[in-house]
Design a protein around this ligand. Structure first.
Ligand code: ARG
Length: 457
């Protein structure tokens, strides 16, 4: 394709380092779509004839069918998807095929193809997050008032409801979804096609026509930026990296919850693995692998960012590596998402162990302090101190739950504490009482479930 200038063939290793066809053949749909829009525009502007355009359109459709049916002869000698398709076109339709690359460069071509691909993948990832959100809301609905320990520092803090805990992830995934879809909208703003190699072209092209045909808002207003920038992919990868970090935290909780030590939940057989040596084992491999995929996606973002940050304008071949990183990150994300949806939809929660764990660790101590403030007008700091002394009494006398500590022990610390106060210190009362907006009380969680359902409808 550029052989005119050279007398000898490239070294085999030169071809190996240079060729990207194994990776970028995934851009074939976008490449054909972009070429069809470009050829239509060239014909509309009288730069190629209508006959040539008709031949190009027909040839590209046939190539699309060949690729879709796995009949296309991909060649590493032709470097990338752009040259492979163009060479095949000329093979099929002759002379007209050689006119397609008029007023275009692979630089604006690849920027356009890759942007289209990334926009689509981002929207699909956003749709996938929606499916996970729906699964989480459904499980939250089924467990809206199941009580579990809420943690800070992974130390039992206050009782919460399982419904509330699951909905926390629905909120995170909503922001992730908005970031991904918003990134796709931003990328759609400007179309690189027509920037040519870097400086634009002298042909009288109509960039609005191609931009609109490909679903962009407008043609890119600076040709150097159009061919040299990849921040649309960096933005997508950073959004994926954040989203998969949230997936990873949920995965981490699944690993903890399904351990015999916690015993809060069990994964279904379809989402568990066994051990080849220990027959009793039921392992959460998928959750663990999601944690590992999260590390890789974060690294994909870091690598792309590092590639771009040292490049002078405009295009340099370093940018070719953008696709392996981006495809890899989206693939890892989509598999992680599928696995998470499967685990969430089918896992079983264990009500008793969760409730029992919630009651341990004097988790309702704050409720006693709040009672002292509310009923006796004790300043909160003082109430905190009194309650602390009671917790110490419980610890010293070997009583695991405040609700089980005899009233006499409470009164030995503060004689004003009544049986009514002691009776409040159950985990059920505790969660019922936390009914501020966004709080863990079942009635508040029900409200949020309804809000999400309306949003998904
Ligand atoms: N395969 C190349 C890439 O992905 C296409 C652009 C090549 N342009 C060039 N001037 N060598 O970046």
């Amino acid at each position: 394709m550029w052989g005119g200038r050279f007398a000898a063939q490239p070294d085999d290793a030169m071809q190996a380092i240079n060729a990207s066809i194994d990776v970028d053949q995934r851009l074939w749909r976008e490449d054909i779509e972009g070429s069809k829009a470009h050829a239509d525009m060239l014909a509309a502007q009288g730069i190629i004839t209508r006959e040539d355009n008709a031949a190009i359109q027909g040839g590209l459709d046939q190539i699309a069918a060949e690729i879709a049916e796995g009949r296309f002869p991909f060649s590493a000698a032709l470097e990338d998807i752009h040259l492979n398709i163009e060479a095949r076109l000329t093979e099929r339709i002759g002379e007209a095929g050689k006119r397609l690359h008029t007023a275009r460069s692979r630089n604006d071509q690849v920027a356009t193809d890759f942007k289209l691909w990334t926009m689509r993948a981002s929207r699909e990832a956003g749709d996938g997050l929606r499916v996970l959100q729906q699964a989480l809301v459904k499980r939250a609905d089924q467990h809206v008032d199941w009580i579990m320990p809420g943690f800070t520092h992974l130390q039992t803090a206050q009782p919460i409801t399982l419904g509330h805990h699951l909905l926390a992830y629905v909120s995170m995934f909503e922001r992730d979804r908005v970031r991904l879809v918003g990134g796709a909208l931003e990328a759609a703003w400007e179309c690189p096609l027509g920037a040519a190699a870097l400086a634009g072209t002298g042909y009288k092209i109509d960039r609005d026509m191609t931009a609109h045909a490909l679903g962009f808002h407008a043609p890119a207003s600076n040709s150097l930026d159009a061919v040299g920038s990849r921040d649309f992919a960096m933005a997508a990868l950073s959004s994926l990296a954040i989203a998969v970090t949230h997936l990873s935290r949920l995965a981490e909780e699944i690993v903890l919850w399904t351990s015999p030590q916690f015993g809060f939940a069990a994964l279904s057989d379809a989402w568990s693995t066994g051990s080849s040596i220990m027959p009793q084992k039921r392992n959460p491999d998928a959750a663990e692998l999601i944690r590992a995929k999260a590390a890789r996606i974060g690294a994909d973002f870091a690598a792309l960012n590092a590639i771009v940050q040292k490049l002078p304008l405009a295009y340099a071949k370093d940018l070719q590596e953008d696709k392996a990183l981006t495809f890899g990150a989206f693939d890892a994300f989509s598999l992680s998402l599928t696995a998470m949806i499967g685990m969430i939809e089918t896992m079983r929660f264990n009500r008793e162990p969760m409730r029992a764990a919630a009651a341990r660790g004097y988790s309702t101590a704050t409720d006693l302090a709040d009672w002292l403030v509310r009923e006796l007008g004790v300043p909160f700091r003082e109430a905190h101190e009194i309650t602390g002394r009671i917790v110490r009494r419980a610890e010293e006398t070997g009583v695991a739950e405040l609700a089980h500590l005899p009233l006499s022990e409470f009164q030995s610390v503060d004689s004003r504490i009544s049986e009514a106060a002691r009776a409040l210190l159950t985990v059920e009362n505790s969660v019922e009482s936390r009914d501020s907006y966004g709080g863990t009380a079942p009635q508040r969680v029900r409200e949020q479930i309804e809000r999400w359902k309306e949003m998904f409808a």
